[in-house]
Design a protein around this ligand. Structure first.
Ligand code: FAD
Length: 404
């Protein structure tokens, strides 16, 4: 087990600098354009693939780093560059996380690299859980997976909504119910390979923020996938279902396992936006003059910046702690993963709003990046578990009471 340390090792420092350069030189200059266009920024993803940043190998390296800090450090830098483009780059990693948390090593090795493709032929992945009538309430998914024993195929039917990279991904990881009577314990995850008939994109959503990241419905109509696309395999699923039918406790649900693993990383992304807004407004406050002095000379502005910095640092400590715990096999006994995502997400919303206030009118207009950062930040209190759901997880963990 790696000791927890705030001193980043050489490798992590090197990655931090490398991702920061890409964020500063490639993402930042393109951020406004792709926010306005509200399209997947293919040229930027391709550039990230060319340098190896958008690749299975890089994500595997960051996940494997023993302290667990390389991943949040890289994600913070990406999101500092631009959260929308960052999410376009990272959406595939959510699909990969779905495979890593529920699949076998063979499945990870087969499908993981396909989530990214190659620099010559970039591919995308998506993780499809949410449905029109089941977002926070993951236990009531209606998408059904029925096993066709004669053909050794699974048949998927249902509608997924608000899916990052939904419909444009090459690999979709779909969570579906095999036995609806068992709620979340009757669910399983499936790979839908590229160009599988029966999977199509529904409505593409126009959004408030992270607009460079594609968000759409995914429609599954008699979508047949081979038996080996069931993550974890049939024997493991049969055993899980049989334990659930006997009322024996299990180690977790298909979707929840993925979210537990990815929450500190989502917190790190929120942190990147908050830091961008803090740095920008600190510089601005030193430059901008009103009443014959720099606005930072007013306590009301300087104290905002002091609070912004303090909350950002506190959020980073929570994110790093949870990332270290996750990597080193420590159980989140007090909902530490949720704490990190909750606090970082709410910090990003708060910090970016304060940044708008510091910039005054310029904070509100699109010529400056601050209003975009505020729009981008809001999603971090909603996806991968809303702030309310994170509080529920923490409250249940600390109390042992099934709080509703
Ligand atoms: C841009 C974007 C990208 C997304 N990407 C993906 C993706 O890639 N894959 C995917 O599967 N999903 C994705 N989602 C969906 C997202 O995860 C859900 O929107 C989110 O989980 C909330 O679900 P909901 O929208 O159905 O809200 P609801 O569950 O209907 O919640 C509505 C409100 O009620 C509150 N609430 C609900 N239940 C409780 C409770 N028990 N206690 C207290 N409050 C409660 C919620 O906190 C919220 O404030 C994405 C969404 C967006 C907007």
């Amino acid at each position: 087990m790696a000791e927890f340390s705030l001193d980043l090792d050489e490798d992590t420092l090197q990655i931090q600098g490398w991702v920061h350069d890409f964020a500063a030189n490639v993402m930042r200059p393109a951020a406004h354009e792709w926010d306005e266009r509200e399209e997947t920024p293919w040229p930027i993803i391709e550039e990230a693939a060319r340098i190896g940043l958008y690749s299975f190998d890089f994500i595997a390296q960051a996940f494997a780093e023993p302290s667990g800090l390389m991943m949040p450090v890289a994600l913070e830098e990406l999101s500092w560059g631009d959260a929308g483009i960052g999410m376009a780059i990272l959406g595939s990693t959510l699909g990969l996380a779905g495979i890593a948390s529920n699949g076998t090593t063979e499945q990870l090795m087969e499908w993981g690299p396909q989530c990214y493709g190659t620099p010559e032929k970039v591919q995308l992945a998506a993780f499809a859980v949410s449905e029109p009538d089941a977002g926070s309430d993951v236990s009531s998914l209606r998408t059904r997976a029925v096993y066709d024993e004669a053909k050794d195929e699974w048949v998927l039917n249902g509608t997924k909504t608000c899916i990052s990279n939904g419909g444009i991904a090459d690999i979709h990881v779909v969570v579906a119910s095999v036995d609806p009577e068992l709620g979340s314990r009757g669910q399983a995850s499936f790979i839908v390979p590229p160009k599988t008939p029966g999977l199509s994109q529904g409505q593409k959503f126009s959004k408030m923020g992270i607009r460079a990241s594609h968000t759409a419905e995914v429609i599954l109509q008699d979508c047949r996938v081979p038996g080996h696309c069931l993550l974890g395999g049939k024997d493991k699923l049969d055993e899980k279902l049989s334990r659930a039918r006997q009322g024996i406790k299990s180690s977790g649900q298909a979707a929840m396992k993925t979210f537990e693993a990815t929450r500190p990383g989502v917190g790190a992304q929120a942190l990147g936006i908050a830091r961008a807004a803090y740095e920008y407004s600190l510089d601005y406050a030193k430059e901008r003059k009103a009443f014959g002095r720099a606005i930072i000379e007013n306590q009301s502005i300087a104290f905002k910046l002091a609070d912004m910095k303090m909350r950002i640092d506190a959020a980073r400590l929570l994110v790093w702690r949870a990332s270290w715990m996750g990597r080193n096999g420590k159980d989140f006994v007090a909902g530490e993963g949720s704490m990190s995502k909750l606090f970082a997400g709410e910090t990003a919303v708060w910090v970016t709003e304060e940044a708008i206030q510091i910039l005054g009118g310029y904070g509100y207009v699109r010529d400056y990046p601050v209003e975009r950062w505020h729009r981008d930040s809001k999603i971090y209190t909603i996806f991968e578990g809303t702030s309310e759901i994170q509080r529920l997880i923490i409250a249940r963990a600390i109390s042992g009471v099934h709080i509703k």
